[in-house]
Design a protein around this ligand. Structure first.
Ligand code: AR6
Length: 338
């Protein structure tokens, strides 16, 4: 997954480069800057002293010394002054300059803290949005794995309204599936006709069965429908939606290598998170999503928070995978993608 949000201490990340939320002197400070200098050792400060400082929104690179990464990219973020002093543009520029420097040094994996969102006071949800949008635009043109490292979950929140909307959606649906009126139980009470409307897979079975019995449509023909694998269905949907393959896997936050594996092996079985990431990239309806999942051997369930959150976004027509991942992260669920 090219962009990942993870909970960790950035000084522990095993990546080519970590980014430091520095100040313009580059001579160390508190917050993540202090952690990085402590973990890297005094040689980092010695090298920083030779750099002559750095402007807000620009970036400079040093070695990683005692850190597990090869490089540290130092970028001073903007101080939050209410949002009308060009803070957002400066913050975007921090991510862009750092990514450009990482690319120049052939870094394949880079980890960012949420720049400016601590001592510099940038509102966390906004800081995260800028990070996600800027990094994902960069990843549309570049192959790299980028981590946004969140240190403290309590300090991080998606917007309260979205959080509560999703929480109540989970409550409603979770409760529904844990009472006697749950879908499963209703299904069992339904007539075969009602049941078949509710469950396309069952309808297909009935179709196949009655065709075989009536032998109008051959069983072979029916089975050939069943034979469409995940990979084949995915490629078909991509072309039906008028997307290019690259557009689709980038939108799904899936890397090129994994996509070529799926493409070249018609029987490839992806993980549920990958299958769902493609459903989101293709902007499939809930029914279509269930069909695609079924091809990979999965289903959406109401006894699973992860599934309900995905369903919430599909029902609300919001197919922004990064927003979905932020919400999954806020509810401590696995993220979509590879
Ligand atoms: N790993 C990952 N994230 C961390 C860590 C860590 N070890 N420690 C803190 N964070 P801040 P700023 C998060 O204050 O707002 C320094 O004095 C933290 O929760 O480190 O850009 C510099 O020298 C927050 O979300 O940086 C500057 O003077 C994010 O990192 C000034 O602070 C950034 O918080 C820069 O302020």
């Amino acid at each position: 997954m090219p962009l990942q949000i993870v909970r960790n201490d950035i000084t522990k990340m095993q990546v080519d480069a970590i980014v430091n939320a520095a100040n313009c002197s580059l001579l160390g400070g508190g917050g993540v800057d202090g952690c990085i200098h402590r973990a890297a050792g005094p040689q980092l400060l010695a090298e920083c002293k030779t750099l002559g400082g750095c402007e807000t929104g620009s970036a400079k690179i040093t070695k990683g010394y005692n850190l597990p990464c090869k490089y540290v990219i130092h970028t001073p973020g903007p101080i939050w002054r209410g949002g009308k002093s060009g803070e957002e543009q400066k913050l975007i520029s921090c991510y862009q300059s750092s990514l450009a420097l990482a690319k120049e040094h052939n870094c394949k994996t880079v980890a960012f803290p949420l720049i400016s969102s601590g001592i510099y006071g940038y509102p966390k949800a906004e800081a995260l949005r800028v990070a996600v949008n800027t990094i994902s635009s960069f990843l549309l043109e570049n192959d790299m794995t980028v981590y946004i490292v969140i240190f403290d979950l309590k300090a991080y929140r998606i917007s309260e309204k979205l959080f509560f909307d999703i929480a109540s959606y989970i409550d409603d649906n979770y409760v529904k599936s844990h009472t006697d009126d749950s879908d499963d139980i209703l299904m069992r009470r339904m007539s075969p006709q009602e049941f078949s409307q509710a469950l396309p897979c069952y309808a297909f079975f009935c179709d196949t069965f009655s065709s075989a019995m009536g032998s109008k449509k051959s069983l072979d023909e029916a089975l050939s429908k069943l034979d469409e694998t995940f990979s084949q269905m995915l490629l078909r949907k991509i072309s039906e939606k008028g997307l290019s393959e690259v557009q689709c896997y980038k939108k799904a936050n899936v890397d090129r290598k994994l996509f070529s594996k799926i493409r070249s092996n018609k029987d490839y079985k992806p993980s549920k998170a990958t299958a769902l990431a493609f459903a989101i990239a293709l902007e499939l309806s809930l029914e279509e999503t269930k069909d695609l999942l079924l091809k990979a051997g999965f289903a959406l369930s109401h006894s699973n928070k992860f599934d309900i959150i995905i369903e919430y976004f599909i029902e609300h027509g919001n197919y922004n995978i990064f927003e979905i991942n932020e919400a999954l992260f806020a509810f401590e669920q696995n993220l979509l993608g590879a």
